[in-house]
Design a protein around this ligand. Structure first.
Ligand code: AMP
Ligand code: GLY
Length: 431
């Protein structure tokens, strides 16, 4: 096996060049994960399934269905990998991490049961209620009369959430009562909750089911258009660190939110192993949880991994094997990173595919710029658009203002017809 202990610091050391990792997924987050894994000196080879054209430049890609646990476990066995990292929520909720662990391979990612913290809004609310974690008051609604009563009780702005996974499109926040009712009717089982007012922060923590190791806080821009207008999306940009946060913020959230959630999942007999993502609102009444996700956020992961200096494979392996307590504090570059998403025309409702993408190489050649692929495909016409969020362009520099300029210089190099890009990612914070 690949883990040795050094007596000096007892941290789980992976032998240089010994580790093979398989990354499941094919988005910008997985491209960033695969790239960061290849930068880890312990890593010998990175594989990905299904990957994408960007991931194929740093990993060996395999055409395997990422939600098919049996197929993923079979691939992991065939390749003889030491670690599988499951990126997206759909395979996690489908139990892909369980299937991998069943064949005896370490897996970074929660079991299907633990992933319900993202897969069911009602389940997540129940965990928060039991563990005393601050969140919006909410009601689970199964019928039209439940919906009417809940909308009446909480008032406008209305927050209506589909109970199940919805690829970032299950939540409607609106002052339009008819639109709130229509969304509830279209979903079936919904959670209707109190509107939380205040800036949002994403705090991610690595956990092995007991030890909780938070990353730096990041901020995500969820709305499609400048000035936080337009519909909710999977995320149109992100940046880290957040210079405006008070000192001790992460410790406080760790104490009040992340540790209680991890402890409650363990108490229920479904320990959470992997990345616990807390989406937080900084309200006048204190920090409250907007949502939990069971995986790295996209696009927050892209700037965070630009800044993380601690080798990634060692961290994920320690979390996957119950040894996170042996890892020292995380090391971060003292720099700033900004990620800007380039989305397809029609995103988020009906992305139009097929436009030819140019300029990715020019952008990547700029100092401090990295371009991560998500909805791209390589064909006879070259690189073309194949999904809603197409590329994430990150810019990393010593100051937030320079990181923004760097990211947007990268964006300016890239073009495809009808691209949608927010121009104000991290703008307020940089001023
Ligand atoms: P979720 O999938 O629960 O994170 O919701 C997606 C987005 O909807 C969040 O990032 C918020 O911007 C918004 N949202 C969700 N719940 C609330 C809430 N209770 N109050 C205000 N905005 C919310
Ligand atoms: N950036 C939001 C998410 O990954 O859900």
């Amino acid at each position: 096996m690949v883990a040795d202990r050094t007596n000096a610091d007892r941290s789980p050391q992976l032998r240089s060049g010994s580790v093979q990792v398989l990354v499941i997924g094919g988005g910008g987050r997985e491209h960033a994960l695969a790239a960061a894994l290849t930068r880890d000196p312990a890593v010998n080879e990175v594989h990905a399934a299904p990957g994408n054209p960007g991931i194929a430049s740093v990993a060996v890609t395999h055409a395997v269905d990422p939600v098919d646990g049996k197929a993923v476990a079979g691939l992991a066995l065939r390749l003889g990998v030491d670690l599988v990292v499951v990126g997206p929520e759909a395979p996690l909720v489908a139990g892909v991490a369980d299937a991998v662990r069943e064949v005896g391979i370490a897996c970074f990612g929660p079991s299907g049961q633990a992933a319900a913290i993202e897969g069911s809004k009602a389940f997540a609310k129940d965990v928060m209620l039991t563990a005393g974690i601050p969140t919006a008051d909410a009601r689970v609604c199964e019928s039209r009369s439940d919906v009417t009563a809940a909308l009446q009780a909480f008032g406008s702005p209305y927050v209506v959430k589909n109970d199940g996974l919805s690829a970032g499109k299950g939540v409607v926040v609106t002052t339009d009562r008819a639109a709130a009712e229509a969304h509830a009717a279209a979903c079936g089982r919904v959670v209707i909750e109190e509107f939380l007012d205040g800036p949002e922060v994403s705090l991610f923590a690595l956990t092995d089911g007991r030890t909780v190791l938070p990353l730096q806080p990041a901020q995500d821009f969820k709305r499609l258009l400048n000035g936080d207008e337009g519909p909710n999306t999977g995320g149109m940009g992100a940046y880290a660190p957040l210079p405006w946060l008070t000192e001790g913020f992460s410790d406080q959230v760790c104490e009040r939110v992340l540790r209680p959630a991890v402890a409650e999942m363990a108490r229920r007999g479904t320990p959470f192993v992997g990345l616990l993502y807390a989406g937080l609102a900084l309200t006048a009444g204190g920090v409250k949880v907007v949502e939990f996700n069971a995986r790295f956020g996209d696009p927050e992961t892209q700037p965070l991994l630009e800044l993380l200096e601690t080798p990634l494979a060692g961290l994920l392996y320690a979390a996957a094997t119950g040894r996170l307590d042996e890892t020292g504090p995380l090391k971060w570059r003292s720099a700033h990173s900004v990620a800007v998403v380039m989305a397809a025309p029609g995103y988020p409702t009906t992305p139009h595919r097929g436009a030819v993408i140019t300029g990715v190489e020019e952008a990547s050649a700029l100092d401090g710029v990295r371009v991560y692929h998500a909805g791209t495909t390589l064909g006879p016409a070259g690189l073309t658009v194949s999904g809603g969020r197409v590329l994430t362009v990150t810019g990393t520099a010593d100051s937030l203002a320079d990181a923004r300029r760097t990211a947007y210089a990268g964006v300016d190099c890239v073009s495809f017809e009808g691209s949608q890009v927010r121009g104000d990612i991290a703008a307020t914070a940089a001023e």
